[in-house]
Design a protein around this ligand. Sequence first.
Ligand SMILES: Cc1cc2nc3c(=O)[nH]c(=O)nc-3n(C[C@H](O)[C@H](O)[C@H](O)COP(=O)(O)OP(=O)(O)OC[C@H]3O[C@@H](n4cnc5c(N)ncnc54)[C@H](O)[C@@H]3O)c2cc1C
Length: 290
Amino acid sequence: MSARVVVAGAGVMGVAAARSLAARGHRVTLCDPGPLPHPLAASTDISKVVRIEYGDDQGYMALGERSLDGWHRWNRDLFAGDPLFHETGVLFVRRSAMAPGGFEHDSHAALLARGHRPERLNTAALTARFPAWRTGRYVDGFFHARGGFVESGLVVERLLAHAATEGVALVPDASFARVVDGGVALASGEVLPADRVVLALGAWTPFALPSLATSLRATGHPVFHLRTRADALRLPCFWLRPDCTVLPAFGDFTGGALVTPGPRDTLVLTDGMRLHRLPPGRRGAATAAA
Ligand SMILES: Cc1cc2nc3c(=O)[nH]c(=O)nc-3n(C[C@H](O)[C@H](O)[C@H](O)COP(=O)(O)OP(=O)(O)OC[C@H]3O[C@@H](n4cnc5c(N)ncnc54)[C@H](O)[C@@H]3O)c2cc1C
């Protein structure tokens, strides 16, 4: 039976849900406080890594496998001629040997258990295969050809365009306030009629639903976009976790680089294709140089 559904939040989760509901015959309204796509949504930005490695969590890996299939399907069906998922492979490296209980070791073991074929890499292999990383710094790791990155902001933009042509009513500048009889009350006081409501508010969830604030906490981290020279090898996204794991979706990309705080409260900048950690005192200079 067709229902009137309001989906609040037009990040990738909200727009994917809206399209899926519309495809099932429901009358869908998608609202968001920002312009669409919202530049502050976690889903937008330049790029996001797509990976299936989540330590020993094989259930999550199984979801990741379905997600990879989904990205290929979207490349074929929605982004034909201009794919937004780039399967460059994903590289995990360590400064010490992988060991049971560690993220890389357990991810590698889970990949093998589920029939994947990651390539284990030692220092020599890393140096030969990935000369951009500082020679000798990383001694162990693996490369998995399945995975890569998506041009995330463009993905949301294209999904929204598809949603509009598929009958989803897009309502920007509309902030969910609360569920009321017969629909959703917006912050403006307007009521959007609805039989069903889907909240896809991402990090804003505990603000819209304060009762969840004790169990959900929004966190954030700074992102720096570095524009490379036009003639330089373009950098995809980088993610350095505090324990020095590097997850590059390595390839030739026409965007920028995503840089997050590196180990021990330092910044990671790209200099050509070498990585440097800068002490906190040099952050300003580093940002300016970037
Ligand atoms: C810096 C950063 C890097 C990341 N890197 C990766 C990565 O490499 N790989 C990966 O898989 N994941 C990554 N993630 C996580 C991933 O981006 C998120 O899990 C995903 O985008 C969440 O999508 P979402 O639709 O749930 O939330 P969002 O994209 O945040 O969308 C929520 C939407 O809700 C809207 N909203 C807020 N309040 C209201 C309201 N009251 N009414 C209506 N709408 C409202 C917002 O405007 C927003 O558009 C990263 C996240 C961040 C922040």
